[in-house]
Write a protein that binds this ligand. Structure first.
Ligand code: ATP
Length: 371
């Protein structure tokens, strides 16, 4: 098993994302800096979970300047653009965004804004640490694995067309450049965080050229990291192996669609989609968001669990160098998870989204500043 917990060790992601972030000094120490962050509330449960997380972040005593911008259908109503220039300019300025989920219409309508943002800012690595929270009953305790999902191509290229009526094609685009850089990201992360194994997940027995290229690039990169054990598993087998024995895995690297599917499977292993965070990382900026979508079935009902976005914000705090604040929130979160009544319904509790945030703030000792 890896020695360092995934959320802790994700601090070492800074090696890949050493781009300057925007802070404004208001005192001699870093903790008195004001962090400029683009805030995308999103829609569905997005506004509820972002509000809860912003309140918790502010209760740490850190200073934030939030640049709140719309995206998706709401932005279209106001600006006639799904990704308005205000959003693009804000992320170019702050280089860090905290983002709620944005609804993607199914089987038609506009292309996923979540995917477009990742491509627009070349956020090529989607980093998804999967860990249990204390006191949430699951089949497997102490899961600690990391999914590294390629974020810019694969079957998510969005290149589809109708050849003749009744026949459509959807193109899977794989490039040596993207396959190599995602493999390098996974191995570099493993090395920096004393992880022992990297598995490349593929379907190269069927997609011989595209997934074959992914494997060739992964094997080449693996040679540069002899201290890390390299393995290859076919994606369907990986699903079964994860359900039978998730402990055999440490870092998993894969193309875009497999990453989407395996992430939800792994979320199920640790208690559900309400718990798993992610970071979209590129060379120039980073967007932190939950693994889950906009959950229209529970939107507007104060039912959503903000834990996944809160854990994403912990990745953001570490990216910003705010380790004490991240630890403070994490400790408070673990304290709250000891008491089932304080949890949201998806994990067996009775609390609403905003009450859950109140409990986390109370557990931190609200209003205290970081020394
Ligand atoms: P996408 O493909 O956009 O990621 P999805 O199809 O996986 O979305 P979600 O919107 O993530 O669907 O929702 C899947 C299920 O998980 C729904 O039943 C939803 O209510 C539940 N769910 C998702 N996020 C949360 C959350 N934060 N709290 C509680 N339940 C959630």
């Amino acid at each position: 098993m890896p020695s360092a917990p995934a959320e802790e060790s994700s601090a070492n992601l800074s090696a890949f994302t050493a781009h300057p972030v925007r802070t404004r000094a208001s005192g001699p120490t870093q903790s008195r800096m004001s962090h400029q962050i683009t805030l995308i509330p999103g829609d569905g449960i997005g506004t509820e979970v972002t509000q809860a997380v912003v309140r918790i972040l502010e209760a740490t005593g850190l200073k934030f300047e939030w640049e709140t911008v719309l995206a998706g259908a709401e932005a279209y109503e106001k600006y006639k653009e799904y990704i308005p220039k205000e959003l693009t300019e804000s992320i170019e300025r702050t280089r860090v965004a905290l983002k709620g989920p944005i609804t993607t219409p199914v089987g038609g309508g506009f292309a996923s804004i979540n995917v477009r943002l990742r491509k627009q800012f070349d956020l090529y690595a989607n980093f998804r640490p999967v860990r249990n929270l204390p006191h949430i009953p699951t089949r497997y305790p102490d899961i600690d694995l990391v999914i590294v999902r390629e974020n810019t191509e694969g079957l998510y290229s969005g290149l589809e067309h109708e050849v003749v009526p009744g026949v459509v094609e959807s193109l899977k685009v794989m490039t040596e450049k993207a396959c190599t850089r995602i493999a390098r990201f996974a191995f570099q992360y493993a090395r920096k965080n004393q992880r022992k194994k990297v598995h490349a997940v593929h379907k190269a027995n069927i997609m011989k050229l595209s997934d074959g290229l992914f494997l060739r690039c992964s094997r080449n990169v693996a040679k540069e990291y002899p201290e890390i054990t390299y393995g290859e598993h076919i994606v369907d087998n990986t699903c079964m192996q994860l359900v039978m024995n998730p402990y055999q895995y440490d870092v998993l690297v894969m193309e875009n669609l497999y990453g989407d599917i395996i992430s939800d499977l792994c979320a199920g292993l640790v208690g559900g989609l309400g718990l798993v965070p992610s970071a979209n990382l590129g060379d120039n900026c980073a967007i932190f968001e939950a693994v889950h979508g906009s959950a229209p079935d529970i939107a507007g009902k104060n039912l959503a669990n903000p834990t996944a976005l809160l854990r994403s914000s912990l990745l953001m705090l570490r990216h910003l160098g705010e380790f004490d604040a991240a630890l403070k929130i994490r400790n408070a979160l673990e304290k709250v998870y000891r008491d089932r009544d304080k949890l949201t319904r998806d994990v067996g509790g009775k609390a609403g989204t905003s009450e859950f945030a109140d409990f986390v703030i109370a557990a931190m000792g609200s209003g205290t500043s970081i020394s």
